[in-house]
Design a protein around this ligand. Sequence first.
Ligand code: FE
Length: 196
Amino acid sequence: MDRSPITRRVFLAAAVLAPVFLYPTKAFAASSAEPTPACGAGTATPPQTEGPFFKPRSPERKSLVEPGVQGAAIVVEGRVLSTGCRPVAGALVDFWQADASGAYDNSGFKLRGHQFTDGAGRYRLETIVPGLYPGRTRHFHVRVQAPDRPVLTTQLYFPGEPGNRRDGIFNPRLLLELRDSDQAKTGRFDFLLDLG
Ligand code: FE
């Protein structure tokens, strides 16, 4: 495979990203809608156990905040990309999570929802920070599926969470890139799918 297009992409990505590192606070507002160029390594997002609480047929929605859902607001956003950095449009992104007290809704669909990436491979979910429950660190569950391709089931984690060190499932490659401002908490993550 000719690697030069990827190399050029990474170079351009680094040039775009440089001001973010230099001026993190100022750049946040300006860059929040821009893609995170994190796909250069070419390594697929690792799968993780589904756990016991997945439910099929979650509602299609981009916000899990509804009456009865309380907790610290967070936006989880990013892109679905191939390991070759190509955006995947129309990919399924299906989240499920515990509520602020650490409980899953297994009778209904609270804090469960799926959506499809836009033409640039982007997804964006408004939700709350999941609570803790015994034996696990703080996490989101998610299934990601490019059209007509296998499902990637994995989990996303919070940086600086004390429980990360004690959780045998935790994987630092699945850490959200967390931004916290007065207005909003945002966690970014790009899913990289090995699409051959
Ligand atoms: Fe869980």
